[in-house]
Write a protein that binds this ligand. Structure first.
Ligand SMILES: [Zn+2]
Length: 208
């Protein structure tokens, strides 16, 4: 039970978690402009707290975070939920151990998503934080349920994946774990990119 307190306190905690990580991801330049979106899910109530659609992270407050069910019905909030809420909903519906989703268009990782190029295991951190290589899920139009459904088979095994010609989706049992995976996805992509400019990166395997 991730948010095992009374309902009002629970929704507040969820919104605080989303806001805290949204600000952090924005400050760390993982999200440009109003791109990217973050949510947490409470399996008891069936509700998720998610960042609002097209809203400035710099002025975002707790009251701006939207609470919806997995069908997009708004329970709390005055703004529209992120236009990519269906992706979050499909991940929660289909990957049972996941309670948080951090989606960014962070530049290095997204460059490999655009190339539809998997990043092999080149750093040992990829094993604990990403569960191995960074795979690419097939393209689907932004905002559709299919974007999430295409990532589900990978996210059942991995903590993050690249979404073809779109960005990164990282997941975790809580929002801090999902955020950490999104940070490592970008870091690994940056190192891989730099290594590719000067030579041929060497893969490692899990047993080393
Ligand atoms: Zn996106």
């Amino acid at each position: 039970m991730l948010y095992n307190i009374n309902k009002i306190g629970k929704d507040e905690r969820m919104k605080q978690d989303v806001l805290r990580i949204a600000k952090k991801a924005f400050d760390e330049k993982l999200m440009a402009g109003t791109s990217g979106n973050i949510s947490v899910f409470d399996r008891d109530s069936g509700l998720m707290a998610i960042t609002p659609s097209s809203y400035d992270y710099g002025i975002m407050e707790e009251k701006d975070i939207v609470v919806t069910d997995l069908d997009g019905n708004v329970e709390e909030g005055w703004l529209r939920p992120s236009s990519e809420w269906k992706m979050h909903a499909e991940i929660y519906r289909n990957v049972e151990h996941v309670n948080a989703v951090v989606h960014t268009h962070s530049p290095y990782a997204t460059s490999f998503a655009v190339l539809q190029k998997e990043i092999p295991v080149i750093l040992i951190e990829m094993l604990p934080f990403l569960n191995g290589s960074l795979e690419v899920s097939p393209y689907a139009s932004q905002g559709s349920s299919q974007v999430g459904l295409n990532a589900v088979p990978i996210l059942k095994r991995k903590n993050a994946c690249l979404m073809a010609n779109h960005g990164v989706v990282a997941v975790g049992k809580d929002v801090d774990q999902a955020y950490l995976s999104s940070v490592y996805a970008e870091d690994v992509a940056k190192v891989y990119h730099m290594a590719l400019t000067v030579g041929t990166p060497v893969e490692i395997n899990g047993e080393d």
